[in-house]
Design a protein around this ligand. Structure first.
Ligand SMILES: [Zn+2]
Length: 367
């Protein structure tokens, strides 16, 4: 009886999801076509980036490559609502090939930086780390996803706020940051589980009383500083002293928040870091496949046009460029910055980088 009732609840959720899609459809990206990032082909050895959907970005300097999240399976909506999900090996292989990570002669992946362990970030993280030999950087919960895929324990690097990692010429600092509001599935993953499994098993990856399990990453390379900030929320104090030329800005569910929330978000993550270029991430519907043109998340799950207004208005005020990265296109970061005008109002912090490893960090999460 109880089983019957819970099944009908799941069916009701699935039906309302599909009704939401058909009633409202996907918002159009056409009005933002002019914001597509174009630039000269990067010179050899120049820092380059490729956007691979949702919050997955590949950074490469010809010697070292790092990736954020590595989410490619993008399970269809009906499967998410009715059944179990797991890494889709064919889709992962295809995306890694297409991005150049696994092509013959290409540099292997040195590190995979995982923001948190919800499925739309971490579903494929263990599989990608296993296939590429990358070090898996994330919370202990993400570590459990890696262990389930037989990633060796000594290739798993646990994050905590302020912890730094060096990979070739890349210097990475993890910054703990709250998940976007009203997220489902809080808590930690206690032990490895083997997919396919229910979406709810991919818990965020941190205890709420300890600030949750979501992380941003400050990625510095040569003289360039980039902030990967995947979840649309902020504790401004966490970003004091952080300087970034480029912010990969999570806008998922931002359009559902108040104007005051969005203003505070923009000011802390973009205005006060001195960024000149903002690249929106976590805007596409992650139930649609990566080999088709990306489409924004539909209402009522998000409000893409409202989110765009919420970032374009302050961007115009502060003289910050907002640009979308086309999927799988290789963008030279220096070239992209060179073609931008100087910022109208320079709020860049005087100290280049004041985040340092906190004394308590070594006592952080351990398995
Ligand atoms: Zn999440």
């Amino acid at each position: 009886m109880r089983q019957g009732r819970s099944l009908s609840a799941v069916v009701a959720i699935a039906v309302s999801f599909l009704e939401g899609l058909s009633a409202c459809g996907y918002p159009s990206v056409a009005p933002y076509k002019a914001l597509e990032l174009k630039g000269p082909s990067p010179a050899s050895g120049e820092l380059r980036a490729q956007f691979l959907g949702v919050t997955t970005i590949l950074f490469d300097d010809g010697k070292t490559s790092i990736m954020t999240d590595g989410f490619f399976s993008r399970p269809p909506a009906l499967q998410m609502a009715l059944g179990k999900i797991g890494p889709d090996h064919a889709l992962i292989d295809d995306a890694l090939d297409r991005s150049g990570v696994t092509k013959p002669g290409a540099s292997k992946l040195d590190a995979l930086l995982v923001a948190h362990s919800h499925f739309d970030h971490a579903l494929d993280s263990g599989r990608v780390a296993k296939l590429t030999g990358a070090r898996l950087v994330g919370t202990a919960s993400t570590g459990e996803i890696g262990l389930a895929e037989s990633v060796p324990d000594d290739r798993i690097e646990l994050v905590c706020d302020g912890k730094t990692f060096d990979f070739g010429a890349f210097a990475i600092t993890a910054i703990q940051s709250p998940h976007s509001p009203n997220a489902k599935f809080p808590g930690v993953i206690e032990k490895p589980f083997h997919p396919p499994t229910h979406v709810s098993n991919y818990k965020e990856g941190g205890k709420e009383e300890e600030g949750g399990g979501n992380y941003s990453f400050l990625i510095r390379h040569g003289g360039i500083s980039m902030l990967f900030h995947p979840s649309a929320n902020v504790v401004p104090e966490r970003f004091q002293g952080v300087q970034a030329d480029v912010v990969f800005l999570g806008i998922g569910t931002l359009g559902l928040q108040s104007t005051a929330f969005a203003e505070r978000y923009w000011n802390a993550v973009v205005r006060d870091t001195g960024a000149r270029l903002v690249i929106p991430i976590h805007w596409d519907a992650f139930n649609l496949p990566l080999h088709e043109p990306l489409q924004p998340m539909p209402k009522p799950f998000d409000d893409f046009d409202n989110a765009m207004t919420m970032i374009l208005v302050p961007a115009n005020r502060d003289g910050v460029a907002v640009r979308f990265m086309p999927t799988f296109e290789i963008i030279g970061i220096e070239g992209a910055l060179r073609q931008l005008p100087a910022r109208r109002v320079d709020t860049r912090p005087r100290t280049v980088e004041t985040r340092t490893k906190r004394a308590s960090c070594d006592d952080g999460p351990k398995r």
